[in-house]
Design a binder for this molecule. Structure first.
Ligand code: ADP
Length: 583
């Protein structure tokens, strides 16, 4: 026993000597500025590191191609983090792993070129301050909005315009949530844009399409509200500079109803940018990095939230709370608990979509609806979780299995195409397209620069690269091109996305499988966005809007209805909360 104790003691001494040596190792650089670059999400990210003999004094990062709300945050913040830490190995920005890794790798290379030993930099890192003791802070306000995605920001603009005192919390270091991922547009009926463009539509038709698309599981009253308030929501967007004048067709709609930005850019980033600009103009600061953890209840009423920020614990006292925390598509444990069959499925969701609002609302008695209704997106690249936009199929791509054969009408609803993929051997497929399609769809460049595509000059060569029988794939393609020529897909009855065949080399393929995309279920609300408890009564002081709620989409969400949901019910939640606190 004594011997063992001696051995342990001497080992500890030896270890502390090694540690001491590590600490004693000095950082040495050859002074100057060193540059390197890494592969980001949208393109190259350049890193320029300036060092003196013993310190990193400046890290400048440029990456114009990075998504402003995600990779852009890494580009903006990681340089300072590296200077603070005096090592390139700083924490990645959550949700921007690709850009963060590119920055860390490029900074590492630049510092190595400056003669640094990265292990020594890590041993001497300067950002390991003792555990921060967080202060307890109390804030008093009228309304707390939890979550700064589309619904939360729409509600915040309304609350500000109504002259109310409020705070808006966002747990991530950036705003936007899943809303930034919305690519299509916003469904709305009887809008002035439709009238100007001679498109006939009606509120009743919009409601009927939504019910049908949702397999009639939707709450008809919520759907009626969605449809009847959609045109005024479009008018309101106009007033804040977020016009959506470009109208087109989207799956499940009886007419052209999906409204998008004039230049056809993705609706999500567009709205998040416009909402952020409006909030700035109104002087509203979003409390970033601040996570609501609990609803405060007094005498049966919700009267605030508890929250945790980077350097404080908050008790925020208010008269009303709006939950706009989004869905739970990024909480894979929660997904598996409601849908064991989806265990292990990748997700396209932003990292903040962890169902916090659902859990907090449930803790104060809220009822949940359709919680097991989860939408899969059929074309998700599995190693990066990158969503391959529906437009690739809409513009003419086909899906083939490992045998090189088509197996479905590629433009059926998302649930049907996903199910067809899961029925294939290996539960995956390849999305196949040609140079002509690439030339006409900007989104493809991102897939190519991120190395997701396999490319070949002939279809046979592509087949070989994918370990598919070349003759089978060549026949599949020839049959498809014939179907496009005759506008008759006898095999699977496809009638859309057949404007161009696939005959311009090089050919491309991306291996894809379904990924979790949208959680349709959530907290039960009424048409005033008041949260309903398990007894069917309103919970006073608690409002909810957006993906945190259930009932609007039923068993399947139509493309264009998520954006409609967040704008319309975000506005309603704010109106109701404003009326409630003004009583
Ligand atoms: P919606 O489309 O309904 O607006 P989003 O996913 O776009 O939903 O936005 C929800 C936002 O709420 C995200 O930015 C997410 O990070 C944020 N959020 C989620 N949980 C919390 C929480 N507990 N506290 C603060 N913000 C949260």
């Amino acid at each position: 026993m004594k011997k063992l104790l001696c051995f342990v003691l001497s080992l500890m001494l030896a270890m502390s000597a090694v540690l001491a040596l590590g600490e004693a190792s000095e950082t040495h650089f050859t002074p100057g500025t060193y540059e390197s670059e890494g592969q980001g999400f949208g393109g190259k990210v350049q890193v320029s590191v300036t060092v003196t003999e013993d310190a990193i004094t400046d890290v400048a990062i440029t990456g114009e191609m990075e998504t402003p709300a995600l990779g852009g945050v890494a580009v903006e913040t990681m340089g300072d983090a590296i200077v603070k830490a005096q090592t390139p190995n700083v924490e990645a920005v959550s949700g921007a792993t690709v850009t963060s890794t590119a920055i860390i790798t490029a900074a590492t290379e630049a510092l190595q070129a400056a003669g640094a030993d990265i292990a020594v930099l890590d041993a001497n890192r300067k950002d390991t301050a003792e555990d921060v003791v967080k202060e307890e802070k109390t804030i008093e306000t009228e309304i707390v909005i939890v979550g700064a995605g589309g619904a939360g920001m729409a509600a915040a603009i309304m609350a500000s315009q109504a002259g109310k005192d409020f705070v808006i919390l966002e747990k991530m270091p950036y705003v936007g949530g899943n809303t930034t991922k919305a690519t299509g547009g916003m469904n709305a009926a009887e809008t002035h844009y439709q009238k100007e463009q001679g498109i006939e539509d009606s509120v009743e038709l919009f409601a009927a399409d939504t019910m049908k698309g949702g397999h009639d599981l939707n709450d008809p009253e919520l759907v009626k509200t969605l449809a009847s308030k959609s045109a005024e929501a479009i008018d309101w967007l106009d007033t804040i500079g977020a016009d959506l004048p470009k109208i087109s067709f989207s799956g499940g709609a009886s007419t052209n109803r999906i409204h998008a930005p004039a230049d056809g850019s993705a609706v999500g980033n567009y709205l998040v940018d416009k909402f952020s600009a409006k909030l700035k103009e109104l002087g509203v600061d979003v409390m970033l990095n601040t996570k609501a953890t609990e609803l405060i209840v007094e005498d049966g009423k919700v009267v605030g939230v508890k929250a945790e920020g980077a350097d404080a614990f908050y008790t925020i006292k208010a008269k009303a709370v709006i939950l706009a925390t989004g869905g739970f598509g990024a909480n894979l444990d929660m997904i598996a608990s409601y849908r064991p069959d989806l265990k292990g499925t990748v997700t396209t969701n932003a990292p903040g979509a962890t169902g916090d609002g659902i859990v907090m609302a449930q803790a104060v008695g809220a009822a949940l609806v359709d919680i097991e209704q989860i939408q899969l997106h059929p074309t998700v690249e599995q190693t990066t979780s990158m969503l391959i936009t529906e437009s690739v199929r809409g513009d003419g791509a086909i899906l083939v299995n490992q045998k090189g054969e088509r197996f479905t009408n590629e433009l059926l609803t998302r649930d049907a195409v996903s199910a067809a993929e899961l029925a294939q051997e290996g539960q995956y497929a390849y999305i196949l397209f040609d140079q002509h399609l690439r030339d006409n769809l900007k989104a493809i460049e991102k897939y190519v620069t991120n190395g997701l595509t396999v490319q070949a000059d002939t279809i046979e060569e592509l087949a070989e690269k994918l370990s598919i029988d070349p003759a089978t794939l060549a026949k599949t393609l020839a049959d498809w091109n014939e179907a496009v020529k005759t506008q008759n897909d006898a095999a699977f009855g496809r009638t859309t996305g057949m404007n161009a065949d696939l005959s311009t080399p090089p050919y491309y393929a991306i291996q894809i499988a379904p990924g979790i995309h949208h959680t349709m279920g959530g907290v039960k609300i009424n048409t005033s966005a008041e949260v309903i408890n398990t007894e069917g009564n309103v919970i006073p002081g608690l409002f909810a809007a957006g993906e945190v709620t259930g009932g609007v989409h039923g068993g399947n969400r139509l493309g264009g209805n998520a954006v409609a949901d967040i704008v319309i019910f975000g506005r309603i939640a704010a109106e109701s909360a404003v009326a409630y606190v003004s009583k």
